[in-house]
Design a protein around this ligand. Structure first.
Ligand code: PGA
Length: 256
């Protein structure tokens, strides 16, 4: 039985999409659609420059705000182009995505940099959503479990098990992100169970309360069967979070 802390979390990761006017419409539709919804937590992660606006548009709703990345540097300083965790809390964020596969593969973020970002987020009062997942090549080579375990272990080594009491993990098979291919519920559950098992081996309570999200082409049509799995506690939703109808369908699947 999942704990209350594992009330399904549906997080929209807009990536580098949207203009201000269309974002406003999207947020208004999502906010109207989830008003009064129970049994689901909703989080929106727009691009940095829209955070302040989205914070205003969701004020008074139950929707939470998150960022897609942060600097591993804490405090302020001469780091041109970087955004510190404290700046994110300052504009109303409570979550931040760290180690998304696009950050790892396109921008070369390493496991140790991801771990530093995870710690920087927590030091500023943000809940990090740690993304892990294997490429198609790694899956076909039978390396899925090793890759995912290694990515989780890197953060465990740096931050310690206690840090996972205030964190979320998102399993996102790289081959399923933005491709329309989705892990089957059984494939996803297998990896989610591995992740929870790693945490449980160190602390059973933290493991029981840990939300492990699935990401990779989640949409209204497949959300129900994924969320029905024991260890899938929500979704990290990219493309479908740009459509209010799709996103709300996922939220409905989560709350039922
Ligand atoms: P997708 O993206 O839903 O478009 O596959 C998920 C993600 O990258 O978080």
């Amino acid at each position: 039985m999942a704990s209350d802390q594992r009330t399904p979390l549906i997080a929209g990761n807009w990536k580098m999409h949207g203009a201000l006017a269309e974002s406003r419409e999207l947020v208004a539709s999502i906010a109207a659609g989830v008003a009064g919804a129970t049994g689901v937590r909703v989080l929106l992660c727009p691009p940095y420059v829209y955070l302040t606006s989205v914070a205003e548009w969701i004020a008074g709703s139950e929707i939470a705000l998150g960022a897609q990345d942060l600097s591993e540097q804490t405090g302020t300083g001469a780091y041109t182009g970087e955004i510190a965790g404290g700046m994110l809390t300052d504009v109303g964020c409570s979550y931040v995505i760290v180690g998304h596969s696009e950050r790892r593969s396109i921008y070369g973020e390493t496991d140790s940099q991801v771990a530093a970002k995870f710690q920087a987020a927590q030091s500023q009062g943000l809940t990090p959503i740690l993304c892990v997942g294997e490429t198609l090549e790694q899956r076909e080579a039978g390396q899925t479990q090793d890759v995912v375990a290694g990515q989780v272990q890197a953060v465990l080594d740096a931050a310690g098990i206690e840090a996972f009491a205030q964190a979320v993990i998102a399993y996102e098979p790289v081959w399923a992100i933005g491709t329309g291919l989705t892990a089957t519920p059984a494939q996803a559950q297998e990896v989610h169970a591995l992740i929870r098992g790693m945490i449980a081996a160190l602390d059973g309570t933290i493991a029981a309360d840990l939300s492990v999200l699935y990401g990779g082409s989640v949409k209204g049509a497949n959300a129900g069967e994924l969320l029905a799995m024991d260890d899938i506690d929500g979704g990290l939703v990219g493309g479908a979070s740009l459509s209010a109808d799709e996103f709300l369908a996922i939220c409905r699947a989560a709350s039922s």
